[in-house]
Design a protein around this ligand. Structure first.
Ligand SMILES: [Zn+2]
Length: 90
């Protein structure tokens, strides 16, 4: 992970990702229970949903943290973006 130390220390974005992935997987489990009687396909589908949702949200959250980092010089990407926004070209 290339987050700055301050952003990387906060567990809350990751707790949220985990909670939402778990919730979505749980909904999938309940919904499949209406039409599928076997446990294995339900468990596999719920697992796939958990990984897909968790992966997508994690990717989004990490991108968001990186972009909104305001902790200064330890984030070279942000410095580059700020330079680009101010219109300095070589
Ligand atoms: Zn930061």
């Amino acid at each position: 992970m290339n987050l700055c130390p301050k952003c990387g220390r906060s567990p809350w974005p990751f707790v949220m990702v985990l909670a939402m992935a778990t919730f979505t997987a749980f909904i999938t489990w309940i919904t499949l229970g209406l039409s599928v009687d076997e446990t294995a396909p339900r468990a596999i589908a719920s697992g796939v949903v958990f990984l897909a949702v968790g992966g997508t949200l994690l990717h989004y959250v990490l991108g968001c943290l990186r972009r909104h980092c305001r902790h200064g010089k330890e984030n070279p990407l942000e410095a580059r973006l700020r330079r680009a926004a101010h219109g300095h070209h070589h």
